[in-house]
Design a protein. Sequence first.
Length: 85
Amino acid sequence: CNDAFIPLTGLKSVRAIEYDPVNKHMYWMDDESHSIRRVPISYSTTSALNDAVTVVTGLARPFHMVLDILGRALYWTCLDTDSIN
C-alpha cells in the first residue's frame, strides 16, 4: 500500500476534501477563500500547497462537495445559494 504525504499547512477553513484516484489529485473546499482547490498527489514529499490550483472561485459560503469519479464531475453546495452546482 502506498501512503501519500501531502504537507498542506496553513489551511484554516477547509470544509471538505475529496480524492480523485484517476488523476491522483486531492481537492479541498476552502471557506476562507470561497474556492475549491486541488493538488497533485505524487506519493512523495514534494506535493505541497505551492502546486495547488484553484478550480472554482466565488463560492458563497461553501458547504460540501462530491467528486463523481465515473462521470468525471465535481459537485458542490453553498449555504447562501441553497443549490447544488
